[in-house]
Design a protein around this ligand. Structure first.
Ligand code: ZN
Length: 450
């Protein structure tokens, strides 16, 4: 199926604008040079993959901002999150995720990597269909029209010392055999909008022998592999105490970390680890708004970019659902810490906006394990049309458009969104948004009343 011709514009490709006349057309949801494409606005950019999401946390955004009796930290936030997660059933997750995924599309995310760890029933028993929660997320992505890399999470232990999971962690997947069976059940569902991958929750939650066992299975071959790695100083110190080295160094020494891998929250890196991670080809998965919200710390961005490292962005806990805000915070965190400007642009004349958008497209695509993130032959036809009527884009040309898109004002500039050749958002609106918001209200009001 071809998309009918639209009005011509400029296509963002590899750090610059090209006239739409040079752009590929769209056939069966992919860009293809064999047909001419016209586009519906002056500025067309590739849609952004979101490389890290825990969908259910959308419904608790804003509920962990009240100070507790002691010093609040990631670990006190986690208690709030576990209490909230305890009551969720598959249909609740489907409704929350549908709402979230529609919000993502409207913000400019056209694909999401869902790091999914809530598998079992509230009492810890497996559902009649052990994939019930996974299927709820797949249905949500389909209803919203966003691409999905579903990453079921293996979560077995409560610390580097191998202690068993606590009461509030019983809904997680803790058995390697059952986990691999879930991957095998989901794998045949793959299609251009759905990829299945592996998520090892973290080194503290997956013992070394379990990691090796999963990665050695035939179903795991070629799958993307995601892991939370060094988000908190506490876990870095625990790893040092028990394994004699830091989490990133341990992983690089003990697994074949390459382009299949995404290291989420690679926040705390030594200089040597920064170099090694960059050279590995793995993606550093950065979630700047969540990392700020949780008080995690700052990633060594300039050194990593100088070493040629690959990165992408995720909205993680969804206190913000906007690639613009993630990239703004990524740059602003560095400016605040260094008291310098334009940190992401490493050479004179480079644009921060163009550099960050382009880098995050490449890293997000790599993390998703699919051909995405570029308006080029064979890639899935995911694109955003910016609102060229906005005052924010008046008299902007070249990379100033990207800098204004990311750094100017607070009005959304993503007007239309296409995924796999289908319009999902037209004129700032998604066809299912009212219905989804009503369902979401019903579910969250019920959860709040428990
Ligand atoms: Zn996470």
């Amino acid at each position: 199926m071809s998309v009918p011709p639209l009005h011509a514009g400029n296509i963002w490709h590899d750090r610059g604008w090209r006239p739409a006349s040079q752009a590929p057309g769209i056939v069966d949801g992919r860009f293809a040079r064999s047909t001419a494409a016209d586009t519906p606005g002056r500025f067309i950019v590739p849609g952004m993959p979101n490389l890290h999401s825990h969908a259910f946390q959308r419904a608790m955004a804003g509920l962990a901002e009240q100070r507790g009796p002691g010093d609040d930290s990631f670990w006190t936030w986690r208690e709030t999150m576990y209490a909230f997660a305890a009551a969720l059933e598959p249909d609740d997750v489907r409704v929350i995720a549908t709402q979230l995924y529609i919000e993502m599309l409207k913000a400019g995310y056209t694909h999401v990597c869902e790091f999914h760890y809530l598998h079992h029933a509230p009492n810890g028993a497996r559902y009649a269909n052990p994939a019930a929660m996974s299927l709820a997320l797949i249905e949500a992505a389909k209803d919203a029209g966003i691409g999905l890399t579903l990453l079921p999470v293996l979560y077995m232990t409560g610390g580097f010392d191998g202690r068993p999971l606590g009461e509030r962690q019983r809904r997680f997947h803790h058995d390697v055999g059952q986990y691999v069976a879930l991957l095998e059940q989901l794998k045949p569902l793959e299609n251009p909008m759905l990829n299945i991958g592996i998520a090892l929750h973290s080194l503290r939650a997956v013992p070394p022998e379990a990691m090796r066992a999963v990665l050695a299975t035939s179903v795991a071959r070629d799958m993307p592999v995601h892991i939370h790695i060094a988000e908190q100083i506490g876990e870095v110190q625990d790893c040092l105490a028990i394994r004699g080295t830091t989490p990133v160094a341990w992983l690089l020494d003990n697994a074949q970390v390459d382009e299949r891998w995404t290291l989420v929250h690679a926040t705390h890196l030594t200089g040597h680890e920064t170099q090694r991670l960059a050279k590995s080809g793995a993606v550093a998965g950065l979630c700047p708004t969540t990392e700020a919200n949780l008080g995690d710390g700052l990633f060594p961005l300039a050194d990593y970019l100088d070493a040629g490292g690959c990165l992408g962005i995720g909205s993680d806990s969804h206190i913000s659902v906007s690639p613009v805000e993630e990239l703004r915070w990524l740059e602003y965190g560095q400016r605040l810490a260094t008291r310098h400007r334009n940190i992401s642009a490493r050479k004179a004349g480079d644009s921060v906006g163009a550099t960050l958008w382009q880098a995050s497209l490449a890293g997000g695509a790599r993390a998703s394990g699919l051909a995405l993130g570029a308006i080029t032959d064979g890639a899935r036809a995911d694109l955003l049309v910016l609102d060229d009527a906005s005052p924010l884009l008046v008299a902007r040309e070249g990379t100033d458009v990207m800098d204004s898109f990311l750094f100017a004002g607070n009005t959304p500039l993503v007007r239309d969104v296409m995924v796999a050749g289908q319009w999902r958002v037209r004129d700032f609106s998604h066809p299912r948004e009212a219905e989804s918001a009503a369902d979401y209200r019903r579910v969250v009001e019920r959860l709040a009343s428990l």
